[in-house]
Design a protein around this ligand. Structure first.
Ligand code: R5P
Length: 289
């Protein structure tokens, strides 16, 4: 049975259809004091069943709801709980960067681990966060899916990552498209919203450029990249990512920079979620758990 988190309802429904599994009648409520309540309805496992909780955690409440869904599954009598976290929030705080800071990714991973037998996540910011879970989480990539919504008339495409760390994602999209070259920018982050992106050496004159990253959060990184690429004479500039967080005014920033298209998967369900990660998750569940 598939148990959907608040932020993964379409993805969970898609997954249930692909796996031919029932979809639990989950409900989400909020008490007058602000506390959240995620419940799974009157479901009774008939024996040997596993519950698959599918819940991205882009908000703090979503983390609590995920823990509640896991607990409700145990309470209902499911023998096995597999937790799929398409987008793992707090994963970018994977170390204590300043004295006194927590390793938030470790804190949430420990809490989630107490209620799950297996954990699967998609393109975490750093794969090492999987080791914070007990047992270690499995990470799979949905980057190959990002080729699907791109225009099929890309001219001499260049696939760029905004920093060296995301080059693998750009290479994956390049391979899935089947033509073009790959390069990367140099990025320096000054704060949560301030970044400096330095141009790559690749010539962009007259080319269609696809900038690929794991997350678009505030859109600062991508909007700078788009401006630089248009300044360098690029033809069209598309941005694509696995996790389209698109917080605050990210879409406005990108639009003002002159972006020609914004694409992401449904690990975070947004209007720009142009392709589903469900096939990747379905394959991983069938092959590994
Ligand atoms: C960080 O290194 C990530 O890969 C993304 O580049 C980052 O999260 C994007 O953040 P923003 O959209 O706020 O610039």
């Amino acid at each position: 049975m598939i148990l959907s988190g608040r932020h993964s309802q379409s993805l969970a429904a898609d997954l249930a259809a692909r796996l031919d599994d029932p979809l639990a009648p989950v409900a989400f409520d909020r008490f007058p004091d602000g506390e959240v309540m995620a419940s799974i309805g009157d479901v009774t496992p008939t024996g040997g069943e596993r519950a698959v909780v599918v819940a991205s955690t882009p908000t703090s409440d979503a983390h609590i709801e995920l823990l509640q869904l896991q607990d409700a599954a145990r309470e209902a009598g499911f023998e096995q709980v597999v937790t799929v976290i398409p987008y793992l929030g707090y994963a970018r705080q994977d170390e204590s960067f300043e004295p006194g800071e927590p390793v938030s990714a470790r804190a949430v991973a420990r809490a989630i681990s107490t209620g799950a037998d297996h954990i699967l996540t998609i393109d975490p910011h750093e794969t090492d966060v999987c080791d914070f879970f007990e047992p270690s989480a499995t990470a799979v990539s949905a980057a190959g899916r990002l080729a699907e919504p791109l225009p099929d008339d890309l001219a001499d495409p260049l696939f760029l990552s905004p920093d060296a760390g995301a080059t693998g994602l750009a290479e994956t999209v390049n391979e899935a498209v089947g033509s073009g070259t790959v390069d990367y920018f140099e990025k320096t982050r000054h704060s949560g919203t301030e970044v400096d992106v330095s141009p790559s050496d690749a010539s962009v004159e007259g080319r269609d450029v696809v900038v690929v990253d794991d997350i678009i959060a505030t859109g600062s990184t991508m909007s700078q990249a788009v401006e630089i690429l248009h300044g360098g004479g690029a033809n069209r500039v598309f941005v694509t990512c696995v996790h389209p967080l698109l917080a605050a005014n990210a879409v406005t920033k990108l639009s003002r920079a002159g972006v020609d298209g914004i694409y992401g998967t449904d690990t975070i369900e947004r209007p720009h979620s142009a392709v589903s990660a469900a096939p990747v998750i379905a394959d991983a569940l069938e092959e590994r758990f």
